[in-house]
Write a protein that binds this ligand. Structure first.
Ligand SMILES: Cc1ncc(COP(=O)(O)O)c(C=O)c1O
Length: 329
């Protein structure tokens, strides 16, 4: 950096900033951001390449926009190959699975000739995109942190002005449920059933709401705290990821290397039986994701996600993985 004084340039006053060429938005959820992206990219009733391995919510939002999904296959290593007529589609929907940059994902960010919708729901930071094609990327911190309703959206073209409203009840019920769960875990007061019902009521409100919503103020503050603590959180999660991989040496896991680990996906022949065994030991592992209502894929029947966030320490991760390793034999 050259000295401002040496060049007789002004010191003091408002701080300057260079335009980074990007346009930003915030909403309460991945689906709100996706709706805003689809409006901004003018994709109503268009044809979009969509992975066969994705959560149903994404497909439901695409159908709200009368979009015709053209499915492409995702492999067991999370890599994919696009069909030969991909260029005839109006956009490509990409998922950064579990925060992992697969080869094909990275190539698409560099070279895609068609517009990109980049779904990074597992990431705290937005991706670096090199292609000049129109793109929108979004995350959903509610999927990877204790924040109830916060998603960031970025694009290399202006986001269309859109009417955002509030979905205050959703956020309020989520925080109420999270607090009851905290009391249950730390003080053994309150009931598991009560917070589970509240979580379920809240998610039904979100599922039934088709707008684009603001994040609530609580979540904006919690997001600042989350980002402030991100390097310590990342370090712990990376350590948990290493422990999980080491303990699972005989089990097939998908060898992901994300910047911010959230889950380690494993593939089990007899997944549902292992999951039941884990439940008996009070371990409730998620399936990201069951098959779509109209289409199967290679991963859904066998996948199970091991949580890696900082609520869990080495011994928790080892215990989970030891049960899985034993049952998977
Ligand atoms: C890959 C993916 N994209 C988008 C979404 C939508 O995110 P949200 O539930 O925050 O609306 C989800 C959530 O389930 C998801 O798993």
């Amino acid at each position: 950096m050259t000295s401002l004084l040496a060049d007789k340039l002004p010191i003091g006053g408002e701080q300057e900033i260079a335009f980074d060429g990007l346009y930003y938005g915030t909403t309460n959820s991945g689906r709100s951001s996706l709706r805003w992206a689809l409006h901004s990219m003018d994709l109503y009733a268009k044809r979009i390449l969509v992975p066969d391995f994705v959560c149903q919510v994404v497909i439901d939002v695409l159908l709200e926009f009368s979009i015709q999904p053209v499915f492409y296959e995702v492999g067991l290593d999370l890599d994919f190959k696009l069909p030969t007529d991909a260029k005839n589609c109006d956009a490509l929907y990409l998922v950064k699975y579990f925060g992992h940059s697969s080869k094909s994902f990275s190539i698409a960010l560099e070279q895609s000739n068609i517009p990109l919708i980049i779904d990074t729901v597992f990431d705290a930071e937005l991706p670096t995109v090199k292609t000049n094609s129109h793109w929108c990327a979004f995350n959903s911190l509610r999927k990877i942190s204790r924040i109830a309703d916060y998603s960031q959206l970025a694009s290399n073209k202006p986001l269309i002005p859109i009417e955002r409203t509030r979905l205050e009840t959703f956020s309020r019920l989520k925080y109420q449920a999270k607090n009851i769960k905290h009391q249950f875990l730390t003080k053994k007061i309150e009931s598991e059933e009560r917070y589970l019902n509240l979580f379920s009521d809240a998610e039904s409100i979100l599922d039934d709401s088709k707008g684009v919503y603001y994040p609530e103020d609580n979540s904006i503050f919690l997001s600042n705290i989350f980002h402030h603590n991100l390097s310590a959180e990342t370090e712990l999660r990376r350590s948990n990821l290493e422990i999980a991989k080491a303990t699972l040496s005989d089990v097939t896991y998908i060898d992901i290397n994300p910047c911010l680990p959230s889950f380690l996906p494993i593939l089990l022949k007899d997944r549902d039986r292992v999951r039941e065994k884990l439940k008996k030991n009070h371990m409730y592992l998620a399936i990201h994701w069951p098959s779509l209502s109209t289409l199967g894929n290679k991963l859904s029947p066998n996948i199970l996600s091991i949580p890696l966030d900082s609520r869990y320490q080495m011994s928790d991760i080892q215990r989970m993985c030891q049960i899985i390793a034993k049952e998977a034999l």
